[in-house]
Design a protein around this ligand. Sequence first.
Ligand code: A3P
Ligand code: MG
Ligand code: MG
Length: 376
Amino acid sequence: YNQKRCRAAAEETNVPRSMSTRAQLYERVFPQYRQPVEIGVFSLDSERAFFNDSRQLRYYVEPGNKPNFNLRDGYRDRFIKRDDGVKERLDHLLRWILANRAKLRSTHTPPSSCTLGVDFVTWRGHLTKLLTTPYETQEGWLLAVSKFRGTLYISEVETEAARVNRENRTERHEEMMYWGYKFEQYICADEVNGVPDRGGVVNTNEAFCTVVQTRLADHKLLFSGEVDCRDKDPRAPPAPACYVELKTSAEICTPKQRSNFHRYKLLKWWAQSFLPGVPRIIAGFRDHDGVVVSVETFHTSKISQLIKTEYNCWKPTVCMNFCSDFLSFVKSVVKEDNPRLVYLFTWEPHREVTYTVHRDSQYTFLPDWFIKEMAS
Ligand code: A3P
Ligand code: MG
Ligand code: MG
């Protein structure tokens, strides 16, 4: 035991304890990012129950150039809100992995192998946060990492600040969070030849998720992200290229507002859609009263061109290189293969990324049902 501990300590002295997030450090050539491939899908129903199929997939219906969408409609009487105090961690994705384990093993690893054949498993949303970190000045993050059977699982932990914000949202902010989902309802049909049901209930428990596999530099990634809808044309390219992301934003009236939109919003929109290879973003611009005044299409691959007119603007290569280096940092730190051991990576704006280690703590996130089932 002692010998083991000494070796562990010696190893620790060779690994860096922190990592810088300064953008200039990541201005290198764009790292290799393999075209993401969809390897599966799953759905969460109106009660947040998991299904290993596409039952919640919706179809994009073109809104026309003069839509009449009131995003406030139904907030009081036709809205069922997911309880965001319930922390689901990686559970739905882990359920998908168990349900598709045989397929995963045979396509990506030798049939006899008991590993998944990927370096990282996480949510797309966690990777989006990593991509935007070099430019983020408001919100920090906490990412818990455990190594299990050679794969590093990354699961976000809510920061104290985020919890305080969540528990103290204003009534206006609560309502505005509904507007994005209401916009989806105006644009999406449940059936391929259907029409949107603007009088229906908005239930934010419902979700359709894609599971993709890709590689960033030498990191093999498996992640899942929620998809708003798909192109209904049966001749559309295969997923994820047929997927469409829907967004809302305040209407742009001044050069300052346009600049802020480019600098902050488009960064987040680009990162979110670039990761899973979603090519199109449909944006509804709304006025102060939640009425959509215009709809615009953004092509994910053209966003970086669009923002180049901004002085000192964000760069996709910085986002991707930072993410790649962070994943290398995680690989160098997390050596012990043990689902009950959590390395908690912490970052606050204007600080470096650091980490702490926790054994059998509140941070353990790989559930027993997953560990047991993977062992059988
Ligand atoms: P908008 O995208 O129009 O802002 P997504 O765009 O990722 O599909 O998310 C759908 C909607 O969920 C968002 O609409 C927004 O209303 C809400 N939402 C998503 N992430 C959120 C967050 N971090 N905080 C608050 N609301 C969020
Ligand atoms: Mg969505
Ligand atoms: Mg959306």
